[in-house]
Design a protein around this ligand. Structure first.
Ligand SMILES: C[S@@+](CC[C@H](N)C(=O)[O-])C[C@H]1O[C@@H](n2cnc3c(N)ncnc32)[C@H](O)[C@@H]1O
Length: 244
């Protein structure tokens, strides 16, 4: 850790906002360098944001790595720190970033920060979850959204929602094409692994279990239905065993 950063952390240990704003300045100036930096700027951002529900460092790093690689719209389910950081990347790269949020209080907080950092490539859609029968999910304004998304960051709705996060496959199916990557957090929960398994067969994708213990989050890559048929089993490739 360099001296001035250490000084900041010592002096403002009680002051997450100060750490956040310092780390955010660095992130805004060069997100790629921040991801590669030896000291954890992402860790400072998580600490400074101060929400126990925030995405953790590995997942956030993976989301940002993908956001830096894609060249097309990003969809995010559930808002928070990730929305700001992906918002920075989306603005720099010049593609739209749509965020679905059902709780006005969180949307308001995120929007306040988006405005403060002038992250105007990000659109936060705030609406209560809609009951679709077997599941509840966001109620996105499909008619004004992009035709397809290259990356989906799926960290909402909360786990106790009816049907969990399943609704993505049903509601957004037409906007998720071959090559799209879906990053699903909280894969340590059995329910998320079951949802991912359902997605792979309904959307046709391959799945990798990722994170330090191999079950922190799931990466699903959508494949062409025709290639899945030619290569039997490709749609259900689990890197770490089968879904328990
Ligand atoms: C896991 S959070 C999303 C976190 C986001 N990806 C981030 O990096 O901060 C998923 C949803 O939980 C809700 N949420 C966020 N913070 C919360 C809190 N402190 N208490 C209760 N619900 C919260 C919001 O509705 C949010 O969309």
């Amino acid at each position: 850790m360099d001296e001035d950063r250490e000084q900041i952390i010592v002096e403002s240990n009680q002051n997450g906002e100060k750490i956040f704003s310092h780390a955010m300045t660095e992130f805004v100036s060069d997100p790629e360098a921040c991801l590669c930096a030896k000291r954890s700027i992402i860790g400072d951002l998580i600490y400074g944001w101060g929400n126990a529900w925030s995405a953790q460092e590995e997942y956030l790093g993976c989301c940002l790595g993908h956001a830096l690689r894609v060249r097309a719209p990003i969809l995010e389910c559930g808002s928070g720190l990730s929305s700001l950081l992906v918002g920075v990347v989306a603005k720099k790269r010049g593609y739209p970033h749509w965020v679905l949020e059902h709780m006005p209080i969180w949307a308001k907080k995120v929007q306040r920060y988006l405005d403060a950092y002038e992250l105007d490539s990000t659109v936060v859609c705030t609406k209560p979850l809609r009951d679709f029968g077997d599941f509840a999910w966001y109620d996105p304004p499909l008619q004004s959204m992009p035709d397809s998304f290259a990356l989906v960051i799926c960290d909402g709705p909360p786990g106790n929602t009816k049907g969990g996060r399943y609704g993505l496959a049903s509601v957004m199916r037409d906007r998720l094409k071959a090559g799209c990557v879906v990053l699903l957090d909280d894969a340590d929960r059995k329910k998320e692994r079951e949802i991912a398994r359902r997605w792979t067969s309904e959307l046709c994708g391959t799945v990798d279990m990722l994170g330090h213990s191999g079950d922190q989050y799931i990466k699903m890559t959508l494949v062409d239905k025709s290639s899945a048929i030619t290569l039997p089993g490709v749609a259900m490739r689990w890197s770490i065993g089968q879904v328990p």
